[in-house]
Design a protein around this ligand. Structure first.
Ligand SMILES: Cc1cc2nc3c(=O)[nH]c(=O)nc-3n(C[C@H](O)[C@H](O)[C@H](O)COP(=O)(O)OP(=O)(O)OC[C@H]3O[C@@H](n4cnc5c(N)ncnc54)[C@H](O)[C@@H]3O)c2cc1C
Ligand code: FES
Length: 353
């Protein structure tokens, strides 16, 4: 039988049980104890904590996100660390009251539709066995059949559609989940195992600051959820501007849907689709960062939400800060993969979250 240990989370003073084969983050999130996290795969270092007492196995933590000297100093990444005794950890728990905490749990689902929406990009809709409560922008871990791994995908639907989860998935050459499964066999009627919700890249509920939202590739998924929730469900009062970037038109998707939203909510939503390697009527020319920079003299007083491949997120971050956006008003989600983990896709120290 697998051993169970007691984990004490300071400064909260909360105690939870954690199996020896379970990560400390998983045990905490399933028990309603919120700890900062982003990638949940040992790459981003957001979940780094101090081990004050006891022993942990550092698991699959990237050696870039948790360096040898940090391990020696008693640090660990709770998304990978498993207890080997009773443990006391100290986390930098900054509770954000605008985020509701929904405990993580397991779900099963059935694929009800799967369609090609852009080059190497599919929309997969999964009907789950019961409602999934989540914040707009959060993601699920989806277990890849035949491999002892899971991959993370963000919901593109608003939280009000809690039984049918929409995922937008980009193929990665040589990838286990995408090349090896979603793009080579996943079909309507297939059963899927998921767990969630995870992440803190969420729309600040009830906010009224104007916001720019910058999406690269399928980084649009969590941002689409936020925009739909904000506009259709009235969850955010500030004006939203979406910058959706791609190299050419064949990579962009849901353009008409966003144009319709813009026509329906002209005072609340502006849509700026951008093409960096093609000129086309109705599309801005250039990288999203260049278009954004040209559009705004300053972004002081705005909020910024950025999601996509890590290099694009980093460039967008610099553009936003160059326009006077405070780091505390910038929220990001890097779509790290296993390649980033192996080669050190650690996030810029410029910004914590
Ligand atoms: C919070 C979060 C949310 C995300 N949401 C989405 C989303 O909504 N939509 C979406 O499309 N993606 C999303 N992603 C990315 C997604 O989770 C996967 O990383 C992506 O789909 C690739 O998975 P894969 O199994 O196909 O590729 P992987 O098997 O992870 O491989 C990725 C690449 O790395 C290479 N590689 C694998 N192992 C190594 C190694 N040891 N050394 C060097 N190279 C290696 C592979 O050959 C491949 O090229 C998200 C990521 C994060 C962190
Ligand atoms: S959440 Fe643990 S390293 Fe990213």
């Amino acid at each position: 039988m697998t051993e169970t240990y007691r984990v004490t989370v300071e400064p909260l003073g909360r105690e939870i049980d954690c199996r020896a084969d379970q990560t400390i983050l998983d045990a905490c999130l399933r028990n309603g104890v919120w700890l900062p996290h982003s990638c949940t795969h040992g790459t981003c270092a957001t979940c780094k904590v101090e081990v004050l007492d006891g022993d942990v196995d550092h698991g699959e933590s990237s050696s870039f996100a948790l360096m040898d000297f940090e391990r020696d100093e008693g640090k660990t990444l709770v998304c990978c660390a498993r207890p080997q005794s009773d443990v006391v950890i100290e986390a930098d728990v900054d509770v954000d009251d605008s985020i509701e905490v929904f405990p993580v749990s397991d779900f099963t689902g059935t694929v009800v539709s799967i369609e090609d929406i852009a080059l190497d990009t599919k929309r997969v809709v999964i009907e789950v066995d019961r409602d999934v409560a989540f914040n707009a922008g959060q993601y699920m871990r989806i277990f890849v059949p035949g491999h002892d791994v899971d991959r993370t995908y963000s919901m593109a639907n608003p939280p009000t559609e809690s039984r049918r989860l929409e995922f937008q998935i980009r193929r990665v050459a040589g990838g286990k989940a995408t090349d090896g499964w979603v793009f080579s066999g996943l079909a309507v009627g297939d059963d899927v195992a998921l767990a969630g919700p995870y992440g803190r890249f969420v729309l600040k509920r009830g906010g009224d600051a104007p916001a720019v939202l910058i999406a690269g590739g399928t980084g649009l998924a969590p941002i689409a959820s936020m925009i739909r929730h904000a506009l259709v469900n009235g969850e955010y009062a500030g004006h939203l501007t979406l910058y959706q970037g791609a190299r050419t038109r064949e990579w962009l998707y849901d353009v008409e849907a966003f144009r319709e939203l813009e026509a329906t909510y002209p005072d609340r939503f502006t849509y700026r689709p951008c093409l960096s390697e093609e000129e086309a009527e109705g599309f801005a020319s250039g990288m999203v960062t260049d278009v954004l920079t040209a559009d705004h003299e300053t972004l002081r007083g705005y909020q910024g939400y950025v999601c996509g491949p890590p290099a694009m997120v980093e460039a967008a971050l610099k553009a936003l800060m160059g326009k006077r956006l405070f780091p505390r008003d910038i929220f990001r989600e890097d779509f790290f993969n296993e390649g980033d983990k192996a080669t050190g896709g650690v996030r810029s120290p410029l910004i914590k979250r």
